[in-house]
Design a protein around this ligand. Structure first.
Ligand code: TYD
Ligand code: ZN
Length: 412
């Protein structure tokens, strides 16, 4: 049998072997591997731990689970909520005006159902999506957004150039953290981008992870946790130049990067300011990571103790949103079905399944009013505002929401 995962003993950015482990969340099941009821075999677990590269500050997982296993029973669903659609519309507008994409080729890696490419095409760009999920690629094609059902790679980039020419802009939102082989990605970009071409990407930001104790966003699909310093090194080593960064509020704190060929685009004040901020925070040092690891333990103990106090008082608790991050949280905090009765979720394919590891049943959102649990733990805290807003009736009847992070608290 082939190994189900490999140990990543080199830095994915600079190749260094000087990796220092600062956080272990134990052995955890795959966060999106929801389980059919009655499955007799235990949910497979893999080490979940973070290391920092002592040479370039890259933060990454200690293991890489084989993609065939990671994505085996993965039911891909477009997560395009109305706030995400708005976010991508604004991003399309920004790209169109800044890079004059009318009449040029724009390629998106991980293009989902075409949510970003549609407004770009409407503004006159020639667009091409690259999307590994078959059903999403089909939806995009049906809607008139040409989408190749494939993983991006150097060889795919060469094929695009032959068939479509070079691209003015290549976009990749929430893709880079999933890619093991960043050399292949950057070589693909080098082949695909025209002389003034720009790579625009959004990645979760390491500083947000540390500041807001978002340890639940650590799961096996997220291989890398980028700082600006590491990203600058990554591109510089491969003949590209990071010239602009901006912080965005989506997904609990992201970075939008702009990367081009060296010397073709002025380095922006945003980049300088963020680099200075990282150097003030001493991101090359061990201290911020040790402090983070300490706060993770505090957060775990606070949530466990809140839940156990409420349970001792006979209160009933449900989870709200069967997000991948919720599964990291519950498994690390050792909360299972005797504490959390059920998890409500709006995604049809998750309903009727059990959360990995904890085996808590996932049920429709209507259960919140049907069962009226005393407390609802916001596992999908990135959607807290929308969830609280639409559950006014639950609150009116006496239900309360719990925010798990950075330290568990019952919302007023
Ligand atoms: P998501 O934001 O995709 O987080 P992750 O990347 O950690 O999986 O997950 C949000 C989950 O919350 C998703 O399964 C849908 C669910 N959800 C609801 O059930 N109701 C809601 O009103 C919202 C906004 C989300
Ligand atoms: Zn490194």
């Amino acid at each position: 049998m082939r190994e189900t995962y490999r140990v990543a003993d080199r830095c994915r950015v600079c190749g260094s072997a000087h990796l220092w482990q600062f956080l272990s969340l134990g052995d955890s099941p795959l966060a999106n591997a929801f389980v059919r009821p009655g499955t007799p075999t235990p949910d497979p677990r893999y080490p979940l731990a973070l290391v920092k590269c002592e040479d370039c500050t890259q933060v990454q997982l200690t293991v890489v689970v084989r993609p065939e296993i990671l994505f085996r029973d993965y039911a891909y669903a477009s997560s395009a909520s109305s706030s995400m659609i708005e976010h991508f519309r604004a991003m399309a507008g920004a790209i169109t005006s800044r890079y004059a994409t009318r009449g040029t080729l724009v390629v998106e890696i991980g293009s989902n159902d075409g949510v970003l490419l549609r407004p770009l095409a409407a503004a006159g760009a020639r667009v091409l999506g690259v999307e590994p999920a078959e059903n999403l690629a089909a939806v995009a094609n049906a809607a008139g957004v040409e989408t190749w059902n494939a993983f991006f790679s150097l060889s795919l980039a060469r094929r695009i150039v032959v068939e479509k020419g070079q691209a003015r802009v290549v976009v990749a939102n929430n893709v880079m953290a999933h890619i093991d082989d960043l050399d292949d990605l950057t070589q693909g970009l080098n082949a695909l981008l025209d002389g003034d071409g720009v790579f625009v990407a959004e990645v979760p930001y390491l500083v947000e992870l540390l500041d807001r104790v978002e340890f639940d966003t650590v799961y096996h699909e997220h291989l890398s946790y980028f700082s600006i310093s590491a990203l600058r090194t990554l591109f510089a080593r491969r003949g590209l130049e990071l010239f602009d960064v901006k912080r965005e509020t989506v997904h609990g704190g992201s970075l939008r990067l702009h990367v081009g060929r060296p010397g073709r685009h002025p380095l922006t004040a945003g980049l300088t300011a963020t680099l200075e901020d990282e150097s003030r925070r001493e991101m090359h040092d061990r201290v911020p990571y040790q402090e983070f690891a300490r706060r993770v333990v505090v957060a775990r103990d606070a949530l466990r103790s809140l839940v156990h106090t409420l349970r001792t008082q006979g209160k009933r608790i449900a989870g709200y949103g069967a997000a991948a991050k919720g599964n990291t949280l519950l498994n690390y905090c050792g909360l299972a079905s005797d504490d959390i009765e059920f998890i409500v979720d709006s995604t049809p394919y998750k309903q009727g399944l059990l959360a990995p590891g904890t085996r808590i049943p996932v049920v429709p959102e209507s259960w919140i009013l049907d069962r009226q649990p005393d407390y609802a733990l916001l596992l999908a805290w990135n959607h807290a505002e929308a969830i609280v807003r639409k559950n006014a009736e639950y609150v009116r009847r006496g239900g309360r929401f719990i925010l798990p992070l950075p330290v568990a608290r019952v919302m007023d």
